[in-house]
Design a protein. Structure first.
Lengths: 221, 364
C-alpha cells in the first residue's frame, strides 16, 4: 500500500470521525430532551400531554422509517440552508443529525422507561418537582442505559456516514466508493472496511465499559 | 426553606395531650376509572384521625384500599370526594407547588425501599435536602446526624446494591426524616423483610416515635407489625374502615370477621386441627360446647378454670391456649370444651369474671 493511500485513509478516517462526532453531539442535544419528554408525557405521567406525545411519536417514527439515502436527497434544500452547500463533510452532518436525533430519542425514551416508577413516587413524596425528578432521578438512574443507547447510535452513525459518501459527503465511505469501487482497487475497499470494523469495535467497547462503570446496580468485585 | 438544622429534637419528645389530630381524613371516597368503563371504588366514606405523636396502623388484605388510603395523605392520590387535613392544611385542595412544599413535612417509606441505585446511602439521604434547596454544609451535617440515628454511619458510602434489605430500609427511613417531617407514612415498610429484620425496623420506628414525637401512619397486612408498634388500629376491608380503635381493645374484642381473620393466625386463637375437623354448628345431646375465653389485662393470669370446677363442679376440657402480649399488655386465649348441659352456666360464670367469651361450635 502506497504512502499516498495511507494518507488518504488517514484523512478520510478523520473526516468520518468529525462527521460522526459532530452529528452525534447535535443529535444528542435534540434527542435527549425529546427522549425524556417522550418517556414522561404519556397519560398520567410527569409532564402529561398525551396528544403532544402522540404527535411527536408519529414524527419520530416517520423520520426513522424514511430510508437514510432518501432522507439525504429529500432534505438537500434544508441542508443548503444550514451548511451553505449540499456537498462535503459539513453538509453531510445535517442529514446525519436529522436521522440520528429521533433514533437517539427513542433509545433514551427506552432507557428512562426502564427506571423503576417507585423512585418517581418516592421523589414526588419528598417534594421534588417534575424537572427535579428528571434531572436528579430519571437521568442519573437511566445513565447506564443512555450510554449504551448512545453507543448504539454512534455505531449506526458510522454506518450512515459511509452512506453519505455515495452523495459526495467525504469520509471513509466516499473513499471506498471512489477508489475501491469506481477505480476497482480491492485493497482500498478492504482497508476501508477494516478501519470501520476497528472504529466500531473501539466505540462499542468504550461504551460498554463506561456503562458498566456507571451501573451501581451490580456489585463490583 | 433554610430552617435551622439542630438535632431532630426540636419537636417535643414528651407526648402532650392530643388536642387536634395531625392527620384527619373526612368522608373520603375514591373511585378510579375502570378498564371496561365501569368506575372502580377503592375507598368509601373513610373517616380517620391520627392523633399527634401516635402510631396508627391500618391493616387490610391486599386490594382492601390501604395503599390508596396512605397515598391520599401526601397527595400522591387525590380523593374523589372528601378532605385530607394534614397539620391544618387540606392536602386534597392544595395547588401543585404548595403541595410539594407540604410534602417536606410528610415523610414516606416504602415496601421496596425505592432508593436510587446510582447514589450511595449518604447521597440518597441527601436527595430530599438538595431538592429543598439546603446548602452543601447543612446537607452534610444533617446527613451525618441521620446516618447516626439509623445506625449506618459506617455504610455512608455504600451503594444500595451493597446493603441488606434491613439496611436499605434504614436508609429509606433516614431519607424520609431528612426534612424533619411531622408525619411519617409507612407503606408496607417491613413486608419485604424477614421477621428478625422486621423486628429491628419496627424497633427503630418505635424509637423515632418516642424520641422525636413523630406521628406514624402505617399500612400493613401483617398482624405482627400492628401488635408490635401500633397504639391504634383501623381495619380496612372493601374500601371501608370496618373497625377502629385502641389496638388492645380491637384485637381482644374483635367485632368484624376480617379482624378475626387477622387474629386467626395468632398463637392461641387457632384451633388444633383435630378439634377444627370435628367442629359442628349444631349441638347434639351428647356433644360438648367449644368456648373461646379471652383474658385481658389484669385477668390474664387468673386461675378461673380452677374456680369454675370448685364453685360449680364444671370440669372444662382445655383444647388450646396461650398467653401473649398485644400493644404491651398481657392477653390470654383459652379454648375449652364443656358438656352442653353446663354451657350456659359456664358462660355466665365467665362473664361475671369479666372475661370475653365466644362459642365456636360443638364437638361430639
Amino acid at each position: 500500500m502506497s504512502p499516498e493511500m495511507i494518507r488518504l485513509i488517514a484523512s478520510s478516517t478523520g473526516e468520518t470521525l468529525y462527521m460522526v462526532a459532530v452529528s452525534a453531539l447535535i443529535a444528542t442535544l435534540f434527542g435527549l430532551p425529546l427522549g425524556v419528554f417522550l418517556a414522561t408525557s404519556g397519560k398520567g405521567e410527569l409532564f402529561a400531554a398525551p396528544w403532544v406525545n402522540r404527535v411527536l411519536g408519529v414524527i419520530v417514527n416517520a423520520t426513522r422509517s424514511t430510508p437514510f439515502i432518501i432522507l439525504v436527497v429529500a432534505i438537500i434544500p434544508f441542508t443548503r440552508l444550514i451548511a451553505g452547500t449540499s456537498i462535503g463533510t459539513n453538509a453531510a452532518i445535517v442529514p446525519l443529525t436529522i436521522a440520528a436525533a429521533p433514533f437517539i430519542a427513542r433509545l433514551i425514551e427506552g432507557a428512562i422507561r426502564e427506571v423503576d416508577q417507585g423512585l418517581v413516587e418516592a421523589a414526588r413524596a419528598f417534594g421534588a418537582s417534575p424537572l427535579q425528578i428528571v434531572l436528579k432521578v430519571l437521568i442519573p438512574e437511566a445513565l447506564p442505559g443512555i450510554v449504551l443507547g448512545l453507543t448504539l447510535a454512534i455505531v449506526s452513525l458510522l454506518g450512515f456516514s459511509a452512506m453519505v459518501g455515495a452523495v459526495g459527503g467525504g469520509g471513509l465511505g466516499d473513499l471506498g466508493i471512489r477508489y475501491g469501487y469506481q477505480r476497482f482497487m480491492p485493497e482500498m475497499m478492504l482497508a476501508v472496511v477494516l478501519v470501520l470494523i476497528v472504529l466500531v469495535q473501539a466505540v462499542q467497547s468504550i461504551g460498554d465499559r463506561l456503562a458498566r462503570r456507571l451501573n451501581k446496580r451490580i456489585r463490583h468485585g | 426553606m433554610n430552617a435551622p438544622l439542630g438535632y431532630l429534637g426540636d419537636q417535643p419528645s414528651q407526648r402532650l395531650v392530643p388536642a387536634e389530630p395531625i392527620v384527619r381524613l373526612e368522608k373520603i371516597s375514591k373511585t378510579f376509572p375502570g378498564r371496561d368503563g365501569q368506575p372502580v371504588t377503592a375507598l368509601r366514606e373513610i373517616d380517620l384521625a391520627v392523633p399527634q405523636g401516635s402510631i396508627l396502623g391500618v391493616i387490610g388484605r391486599s386490594g382492601a384500599g390501604k395503599s390508596t388510603l396512605i397515598r391520599l395523605v401526601n397527595g400522591l392520590e387525590k380523593p374523589t370526594t372528601g378532605k385530607v387535613i394534614v397539620d391544618g392544611a387540606n392536602i386534597a385542595a392544595l395547588p401543585e407547588s404548595a403541595l410539594r412544599h407540604a410534602r417536606r413535612s410528610i415523610g414516606m417509606i416504602f415496601q421496596h425501599f425505592n432508593l436510587l441505585s446510582s447514589r450511595t446511602a449518604a447521597e440518597n439521604i441527601a436527595l430530599p435536602l438538595e431538592v429543598a434547596g439546603y446548602d452543601k454544609a447543612e446537607i452534610r451535617a444533617r446527613v451525618d446526624e441521620l446516618l447516626a440515628l439509623v445506625g449506618l454511619s459506617d455504610k455512608r458510602n455504600r451503594y444500595p446494591s451493597e446493603l441488606s434489605g434491613g439496611q436499605k430500609q434504614r436508609v429509606g427511613i433516614a431519607r424520609a426524616l431528612a426534612t424533619k417531617p411531622k408525619v411519617l407514612l409507612s407503606d408496607e415498610a417491613t413486608s419485604a423483610l424477614d421477621p428478625e429484620t422486621t423486628r429491628s425496623i419496627l424497633d427503630l420506628l418505635s424509637r423515632i416515635n418516642e424520641e422525636l414525637g413523630l406521628t406514624i401512619l402505617l399500612i400493613t397486612h401483617e398482624m405482627a407489625v400492628i401488635r408490635n408498634i401500633a397504639r391504634e388500629v383501623a381495619v380496612i376491608e372493601g374500601g371501608r374502615i370496618v373497625e377502629q380503635g385502641d389496638v388492645f381493645e380491637v384485637f381482644t374484642r374483635p367485632q368484624h370477621e376480617v379482624t378475626r381473620s387477622f387474629l386467626g393466625d395468632e398463637a392461641g386463637r387457632a384451633l388444633p386441627p383435630y378439634v377444627q375437623k370435628r367442629l359442628r354448628k349444631e349441638a347434639t345431646p351428647d356433644s360438648q360446647a367449644v368456648i373461646r375465653i379471652g383474658f385481658r389485662g389484669p385477668h390474664a393470669t387468673d386461675p378461673v378454670l380452677a374456680r369454675l370446677a370448685r364453685e360449680h363442679g364444671i370440669e372444662a376440657n382445655i383444647l388450646s391456649g396461650a398467653v401473649d402480649e398485644i400493644a404491651g399488655r398481657p392477653f390470654g386465649t383459652l379454648v375449652v370444651s364443656v358438656p352442653e348441659a353446663s354451657a350456659r352456666q359456664t358462660l355466665e360464670f365467665l362473664k361475671l369474671h369479666g372475661l370475653d367469651t365466644e362459642v365456636l361450635g360443638h364437638v361430639a
